[in-house]
Design a protein around this ligand. Structure first.
Ligand code: PLP
Length: 403
């Protein structure tokens, strides 16, 4: 009798999940930079078009071995039945909402600005009822679901305040109303958090970030049960938003080192958070891995690591924080995250510049908040860079100008 299959670990899954066997023995699926595939007969072609075989067929449909191999790995990493690869994170999110959210979408207010623009600006143009939830307390979520929302869309940890939301509780609540919980897992990555195992229905990613990991590709993905992905794939086909095979091959290569990279991001961010939490020029360090974080216990329960994103509230005003950002040398001032190199942004000047000062305050986004994407460099060098930027403030006599 065959023993029941062992559940493989994430590092093994990142390397061994591709189903396609290369006929020439390549250890990974090579790049099929091909738009179409020739069939020996009509009977053989019908095997694919009538769904008895998985392709290859036509690249825009996603039926290309390089794209499918990537999707095998993406699905395995999120413990999902299947995955779909998209040309960007926004392509993945928009197709997901068009497929499942036409009756109504309720979206957490603490969400990526591009997602908010889609949900609150563009979907209503198509007649889709949408709402932005000011908080995710049970009563607020209940009211949204009672009013007809069929998709509840969240991120956890949130951007940029790194709040942790209770995924299992929100999934339960959504299911009581026959709604789906969709989790944007970009910040955590599947190595640190697997929302499907906590009860979520679909996971979306900007693969541009940690999954790609080198700031050199733009991609997105959706993972979940095959029957939920089917209508999303149909939108992908209709909108033509599949990932290009060359980018799929690059992303597959990135995924082989994802567990290693994430472990390093986690270690570096925790080291900086611990070292800076008592720095006199810093009012508050926002990091779910610190015991002082308001949802630290929840983060410990639902995450395997706390990620590479870190918030620093500088003691002082908006200009003080800008001065720190501008003085950093290793941290590049750039609006993205998840790459090998460390980045810094000041949300009030970038991702959340379109909110009024009042709206930012209501969401807990201080004007002196800096968001760090902690990279893979030596943490001692990153700490030194931050200290020289903060100490420079003291030298300028700016420290202590509390706004
Ligand atoms: N989700 C999150 C959490 C993001 O930060 C971003 C982009 O910054 C997106 C989605 C959109 O991803 P993309 O830029 O790949 O379309």
């Amino acid at each position: 009798m065959k023993a029941s299959p062992r559940r493989l670990g994430p590092a093994t899954l990142a390397i061994h999940s591709q189903q396609h066997q290369d006929p020439l023995g390549s250890p990974h699926v090579p790049l099929y930079d091909t738009t179409t595939f020739r069939f020996p007969s009509t009977a053989d072609l019908l095997e694919v078009t009538e769904g008895r075989r998985r392709g290859p067929f036509y690249t825009r449909y996603g039926l290309n071995p390089t794209i499918q191999a990537l999707e095998d790995t993406l699905a395995a990493l999120e413990s999902a039945e299947a995955a779909l690869a998209f040309a960007s994170g926004m392509a993945a999110i928009s197709s997901t909402l068009l497929a499942h959210g036409r009756a109504g979408v309720a979206c957490a207010a603490d969400i990526y600005g591009g997602t908010q623009a889609l949900v609150m600006g563009q979907l209503p143009m198509l007649g889709i009822p949408t709402q932005l939830l000011p908080n995710m307390e049970a009563a607020t979520v209940e009211a949204a679901l009672r009013s007809g929302a069929r998709v509840l869309l969240i991120e956890s940890p949130t951007n940029p305040t790194l709040q942790v939301l209770d995924i299992a509780r929100l999934a339960e609540q959504a299911h009581e109303h026959d709604a789906l919980l969709v989790v944007d897992n970009t910040f955590a990555s599947p190595i640190n958090q697997q929302p499907l195992n906590l009860g979520a229905d679909l996971v979306v990613h900007s693969a541009t970030k940690y999954l790609g990991g080198h700031s050199d590709l733009t991609a997105g993905s959706v993972m979940g049960a095959a029957h939920l992905l089917e209508p999303i794939g149909s939108w992908r086909q209709g909108l033509g938003s599949v990932l290009a095979p060359a980018t799929a091959a690059l992303l597959s290569r990135s995924l082989r080192t994802l567990p290693l990279r994430i472990a390093r991001h986690n270690d570096n961010a925790l080291a900086l958070a611990e070292a800076l939490q008592h720095h006199p020029a810093i009012r508050r360090v926002l990091y779910p891995g610190l015991p002082s974080h308001p949802q630290h216990e929840l983060a410990r329960q639902q995450m395997q690591g706390f990620g590479g994103m870190l918030g620093l509230e500088i003691r002082g005003d908006r200009q003080t924080a800008t001065a720190v950002a501008d003085r950093l040398e290793l941290f590049a001032l750039a609006p993205s995250l998840g790459g090998a190199e460390s980045l810094v942004t000041q949300p009030c000047t970038t991702s959340h510049a379109n909110l009024s000062a009042n709206e930012r305050r209501e969401r807990g986004i201080s004007d002196s908040l800096l968001r760090l994407s902690v990279g893979l460099e030596d943490s001692a060098d990153l700490l030194h860079d931050l200290e020289q930027a903060l100490d420079g403030l003291q030298g300028n006599g700016q420290q202590g100008i509390d706004a």
